[in-house]
Design a protein around this ligand. Structure first.
Ligand code: WTA
Length: 654
């Protein structure tokens, strides 16, 4: 079986509003320039968007494919590009960060202040022995110091490895060891769900055997919880960074100098340390942030809700927005603390105009109901973004209607930790939007959908999503494991005989009748029902299109007659909780899927549940639901955000 059968047909269309088009940052000339000469286009973008101390003369070196070098003979300092140059250009008074703490405390920090903070931190880190090429682990809540720490590491030409604050001491230690980090930057604790969660004690546990490469632990005071102290190793941020000089000249480093390592867990094996470098990464982060989000830095207030522990926080909280001189909001806590409309309160308070979030969050707001966002004035919002999973068309419509006042364009951005920046997305002033489709590769990016044998599928067909040409922010490797890099991403379509290698992303996709791209979910999750390969995303979207349903997950379970059968897990909206019994609801929803996309996709079973298992970054872990559907013991749950969820689900099904 070569391709993935595609059954869902969503026909709603939303052309850009004339007033939006008139002021749009990206016009048709962008695509024309990229089509005329792709490499010249990237060279021009990089020169326009960044400040190079030594200009590059070569754009791409692909001679050792799949190991790429972009802008290799140029030199720049990433932190200088995100900070000092905005101050030098007279924008030092512009707010860089409006930070909102969960308990309601807040700070607004200008570019001038942020630059001074980063210089102090860089001086301190240097005194602690951090220099060019050294690794620094950052394990912090969403507080301004997280941004300062990342930029100060970058300023020194060192390499950061941000570890999400929700990870355990063991996960932290594994990442410290893999990267051989010298310094760990953490906080006593941070605020989450109305309580302080301790971080420093996890660092202590991670380092308890005294046998790691870590020389110092730098601790920000945030939670004011008591901490243990190891003399000689531990230092307070306020005793060091805040006392340091704010004079620091940024040295320029080579474009391919590593900028950061970020670990992705994936479904199997030990976490992969995805390596990103400087010039190409920053070029694409800035380019995509400016054009996809239609950024007008003088007037927009931008808010990306991701934590800096994820790639979205790296590219679209730190590097893209700051390289572009944007004003942005960062928020420490959970969306529902102390009340279910906290995010919308923050939007109103700062008059957020560009809002970038994830389908998992949008669906959880759909579940609670529109009355919550409607308590606040969201009229400042003029553009919405989505990332992380396919957005179901019905969730897209809800997002546009309820958060975007029925008018804001939505950019559904497809990309990965590995791609470093957005790859496929509508451009809001140009593209007629299709709910549920990421749509078009950005100018300068080349993607295709292939069948197993490597031939492109036709319009209207599904297959495997690949990137066919190298791109500036592509991962440069897996830290310490070049073979795994080649094997994981480049061995499916290795090229040869004059054919270039193609990057296999692990996602299924289909091209519609216009050639636009619809993501179908991870290929590992594709189901085979009576010889038809069905995507999780389409059946889930069909379920979410029923007015009762807020969220759903489908899996393929072994079936004697059909090979695999579709089994669905569904969360019902709060307002619909009492309309039917579970058995009645299951029947109605099975029939609904059959009617929406065909009898082949009709679920064998529909289970009404109150929770779905998700990773800490909000992705549904279908593997665990497959265990439930096949009546097996539940597999490894250590990467779940909430380890009780599987118990709740299995209890419910008993
Ligand atoms: C999925 C997040 C559909 C996809 C930036 C990808 C998406 C994985 C979308 C990467 C989207 C991300 N539509 N699927 N707009 N965005 N994905 O590394 O399966 O956390 O391969 O990076 O998320 O997840 P990661």
């Amino acid at each position: 079986m070569n391709s993935i059968d595609s059954l869902l047909h969503e026909t709603r269309r939303f052309p850009p509003a004339p007033a939006f088009v008139e002021n749009a940052v990206a016009g048709p000339e962008l695509a024309e320039a990229a089509a005329a000469d792709r490499l010249a286009f990237w060279g021009d973008q990089s020169r326009q968007l960044l400040s190079w101390s030594t200009p590059f003369t070569q754009t791409l070196d692909w001679s050792e494919a799949p190991f790429a070098k972009w802008f290799a003979d140029g030199r720049l300092n990433v932190a200088y590009n995100c900070l000092d140059r905005h101050v030098e250009a007279g924008n030092g008074d512009r707010i860089a960060l409006h930070w909102e703490g969960e308990p309601g405390d807040s700070r607004s920090i200008t570019y001038e202040e942020l630059t001074a903070d980063v210089k102090r931190a860089a001086n301190t880190f240097a005194e602690l022995g951090v220099g060019h090429g050294d690794r620094v682990a950052i394990y912090l809540p969403m507080i301004p110091e997280a941004v300062v720490a990342m930029l100060a590491v970058a300023r020194l030409g060192a390499i950061h490895s941000v570890v999400f604050g929700g990870f355990s001491a063991d996960s932290l230690r594994a990442r410290i060891d893999d990267a051989e980090a010298k310094l760990v930057i953490t906080a006593d604790g941070g605020w989450r769900k109305g309580k302080v969660f301790p971080l420093k004690n996890a660092v202590d546990a991670a380092l308890a055997d005294g046998a790691s490469t870590v020389e110092h632990v730098l601790v920000v005071r945030r939670g004011e919880n008591t901490v243990e102290w190891t003399e000689g190793r531990d230092l307070w941020w306020h005793d060091t960074v805040e006392e340091a000089s704010d004079e620091h000249d940024a040295e320029a480093f080579e474009a391919e100098n590593p900028l950061f390592i970020l670990y992705t867990s994936g479904t199997t094996g030990k976490p992969k340390g995805i390596l990103h470098t400087s010039g190409g990464y920053l070029t694409q982060a800035a380019y995509t942030h400016k054009n996809v989000f239609d950024l007008h830095p003088e007037t927009d207030v931008y808010w990306c809700t991701a934590d800096v522990g994820w790639i979205t926080g790296h590219s679209y909280v730190v590097y893209g927005p700051l390289a572009n001189g944007a004003t942005q909001v960062i928020y420490e806590g959970t969306p529902d603390t102390p009340h279910p409309a906290r995010w919308w309160e923050v939007v109103e308070k700062y008059k957020v105009s560009i809002f970038y979030s994830a389908p998992t969050a949008i669906r959880s707001f759909m579940k609670i109901g529109r009355q919550e966002p409607q308590k606040y004035d969201l009229s400042s919002i003029r553009l919405l973004g989505s990332v992380g999973e396919p957005i179901n068309p019905e969730a897209w419509i809800w997002y546009r209607d309820i958060i975007g006042a029925g008018a804001a364009p939505i950019v559904d951005t497809w990309w990965q930790t590995e791609t470093g920046g957005i790859m496929i997305s509508a451009l809001p002033g140009l593209t007629t939007l299709k709910p549920g489709s990421a749509q078009v590769p950005l100018p300068g990016i080349s993607v295709d959908v292939l069948s197993e044998d490597g031939t492109p599928v036709g319009n209207g067909e599904g297959g495997l999503l690949v990137v066919t040409e190298p791109w500036p922010s592509m991962l440069r490797g897996i830290w310490g494991d070049p073979e795994r890099f080649v094997e994981t991403y480049w061995s499916k379509f290795p090229g040869g005989d004059g054919e270039p290698p193609r990057y296999f992303a692990g996602d299924g996709a289909r091209k519609d009748e216009d050639g636009d791209i619809w993501l179908l979910g991870r290929v590992d999750d594709v189901m085979n029902v009576s010889g038809h390969r069905l995507s999780t995303a389409e059946i889930e979207s069909a379920l979410v299109s029923h007015p009762w349903v807020a969220e759903s997950a489908v899996v393929g379970a072994n079936d004697e007659t059909t090979g695999q059968a579709v089994v669905a897990f569904v969360i019902v909206k709060a307002s619909q909780a009492d309309v039917a019994t579970a058995a009645e609801a299951a029947d109605v929803l099975r029939a609904h899927v059959a009617q929406q996309i065909g009898a082949i996709a009709r679920p064998r079973q529909v289970f009404i549940v109150t929770e779905l298992p998700k990773t800490r970054s909000g992705k549904i872990m279908r593997r665990l639901l497959r265990d439930v559907a096949e009546g097996r013991e539940i597999g490894d749950t250590t990467t779940l955000a909430d380890t009780n969820v599987m118990q709740i689900i299995t209890d419910k099904l008993k």
